[in-house]
Write a protein that binds this ligand. Structure first.
Ligand code: IMP
Length: 206
């Protein structure tokens, strides 16, 4: 049975990945469970490039650490973030680093609302983007991208989710993504879409 090593330390992401890829009959393990750790410099210019850099780096590290496991594993990585059109796509690939890693999301979210002060609804368009890359033991690699469109709200609202969810307003739901249940968000989210597309591609290959 093939294994999928997912390059994340985030337990929530891993849970979502396991759930969406559950139809593949592959065991999904974390980087840590595979015995690999270390910070990988994400120096690409797009979400897709960064997720591919991560997946390829972890695949190389795994080969060095545990060649047997590497020979039966697909290494997968994601990169995601928020693009705000009025801010020319900011914070984009710098979403996690925006205003510094140690700044709280309450501050980051209030800052972004402040930067959009006086900006009307139709110019507040934004999207969450998620790129997933997969690298096979023979080096073959491919990726998928998922997007969730919405608008930046006028105030912080909701306590589900994480990060920028409390300011990400979904007009068709009349609420932010922080006011959706986990299952509701997963069904429409950038990460859910990219993962389901990846699951479909892997189904063809495995
Ligand atoms: P990554 O984990 O390196 O891909 O960083 C993603 C960053 O983008 C997170 O730290 C959040 O700031 C933001 N982000 C990505 N997806 C979401 C989401 O679903 N909700 C809220 N923020 C998100």
């Amino acid at each position: 049975m093939m294994k999928i090593v997912f390059a994340t330390g985030n337990k929530d992401k891993l849970r979502e990945v396991r759930e969406i890829l559950s139809g593949l009959s592959c065991e999904v393990i974390s980087m840590k469970e595979a015995g690999v750790d270390g910070d990988i410099e994400e120096n690409g210019t797009t979400f897709s490039e960064n997720s591919m850099i991560k997946a390829k780096s972890v695949a190389e590290l795994l080969k060095g650490k545990n060649p047997e496991l590497a020979a039966e594993s697909i290494v997968m990585a994601d990169d995601s973030g928020l693009e705000i059109d009025y801010l020319n796509g900011e914070p984009g690939i710098y979403s996690a680093r925006y205003m510094g890693h140690d700044t709280s999301y309450t501050e980051k979210n209030n800052n972004l609302i402040g930067r959009l002060e006086g900006v009307p609804d139709e110019k507040r368009s934004a999207r969450f983007v998620c790129a997933i890359s997969a690298v096979f033991p023979n080096g073959e690699a491919f990726g998928t991208v998922g997007k969730m469109e919405g608008r930046i709200g006028y105030e912080i609202s909701g306590s589900n989710g994480f990060g920028y969810d409390p300011i990400f307003f979904l007009p068709e739901y009349g609420k932010t993504s922080a006011e959706l249940s986990e299952a509701e968000k997963n069904a429409i989210s950038h990460r859910g879409k990219a993962l389901r597309e990846m699951a479909a591609l892997l189904k063809e290959k495995l």
